[in-house]
Design a protein around this ligand. Sequence first.
Ligand code: AVJ
Length: 320
Amino acid sequence: MSDLDVAHSADDLIDALRADVRAGLTAEQKWLPAKWFYDARGSELFERITALPEYYPTRSEREVLGREAVEIAEVTSARTLVELGSGSSEKTRLLLDALIGHGSLETFVPLDVSASALAEATTAIAGDYPGLAVRGVVGDFTAHLDLLPGDRPRLVAFLGGTIGNFLPADRLTFLRSVRGVLDAGEWLLLGTDLVKDEATLVRAYDDAAGVTAEFDRNVLRVINAGLGANFDPGAFEHVAHWDPVHEWIEMRLRARVRQVVRIPGADLEVSFAEGEHIRTEISAKFRQAKVGDELTAAGFTAVRWWTDARSRYGVTLARA
Ligand code: AVJ
């Protein structure tokens, strides 16, 4: 059994894109929110990234979940699994199998901005788990958390390291809002990529095959399609920059030449100097203590911390 609840209509989506493009591309340092990568093409490119030899986070997280899913089921006895930014929900199957095996799970609620990725995932999962109620929500996890259905206790999974895409202040706001929709005693499972040597990090965000570069440039295609803009994606070079002070990877699109871009749907003309860049994503990397402190500040208690064998990636189970 599956259904899709659309919190974000197509019109809402264009309004939100317009507002973000106006704010980001008129700023002194141009920037765009990372969520706009993920139209159908962008979600597909991200799936390809997860299979790249350089992009370790997906495999490291899968290693932890494969090892610890039964423990997660035993500790939480969740009746509902909510997955924020679920994408293809591939790793989620490890959790579904364990929670169903444990006998507690009734409902799976994947929430994603990408309607296409979500429709595919809900259909596939509903087909493979006949007893499970699958209730997909097309929405933005910074805006539509109040819509989360399902019997308690719920386990909210926020995996992949996507928490790293928030700026630090927004991260705390977000964690507090998750805490705000949960009752005391419900659960958060949080995936965080960890600080490591710069070369490994930069390679993971600038792969040899150029898939990440195409993913980065996809945001320009999304703006072209949504707002009738005339970005030439080929006129921008993908850059992965490690910021050792903030401990985050910054993805940038750097203008190869001086240019002016028209964005009629946002009533905007944007000039780029040669070499000027748009910051398209930050992907913060964490240390265990920082994760624990931030969860505490948001009103959670971390009860388990696991990493993969190479300590590249951390997974925290926290109680509301
Ligand atoms: C899906 C947001 C976790 O930040 O590593 C992959 C997205 N960006 N390669 C990340 C991404 C470039 C990814 N998250």
